[in-house]
Design a protein around this ligand. Sequence first.
Ligand SMILES: Cc1cc2nc3c(=O)[nH]c(=O)nc-3n(C[C@H](O)[C@H](O)[C@H](O)COP(=O)(O)O)c2cc1C
Length: 194
Amino acid sequence: MTRSNIDLLLSRRSVLAKNLGKPGPNKRELRTILQAGLRVPDHGRSEPWKIQVLDESAQLALGTFSAQLFQRDNPNATAAQITFERERPQRSPILLVVTFQPNKKKLAKIPELEQLLSSGAVCQNLLVAIQALGYNAQWLTDWPAYHPEIRQFLGSGKDAQIVGFIHIGTATLLPKDRPRPEFDDIVSEWKPED
Ligand SMILES: Cc1cc2nc3c(=O)[nH]c(=O)nc-3n(C[C@H](O)[C@H](O)[C@H](O)COP(=O)(O)O)c2cc1C
């Protein structure tokens, strides 16, 4: 691994979606990012993932639908909350929706957990590729990821799960680093007992 690759991994940082402005990646850069997203460990070639690209008009459609759903499910919601929900998917120039769709034919050999883990790896590869090309991103879920009607609106089947909304843009405000785990709390050298 070259110095710049390891530096990239050691400095990876999310940027809040609300601080992701233009420009986003162009079509060619986005294709590169998506190709990196697909180059993940995947036991038995299950390929249990889908990635949808939402441009500004698609984000508006999703936001309009989400706001209606939110208002229906929360009759006491304030106007500010409903506006927030409408604008939620529109916070960055590009939004990716990463969906886990278990490969049923492979489940006997490749447990669902492994397939799900591969979907998480897709999100992580996307984040690293985005930062490698000089853009910024945030991986979000929150209630829209778990609402069956949002899944349906996006055209996913009942057994699919949204594992990430990946917002992509250019940081308008770079965050300070956040505290990272204590290395020795997480990493230890295991040896068999004598
Ligand atoms: C599966 C998953 C879902 C997440 N969903 C949210 C979310 O809905 N809201 C949020 O503020 N952060 C969420 N995060 C955390 C951010 O993506 C990000 O990791 C966090 O802001 C810390 O920044 P860092 O990536 O620079 O360490 C999620 C992370 C993961 C792995």
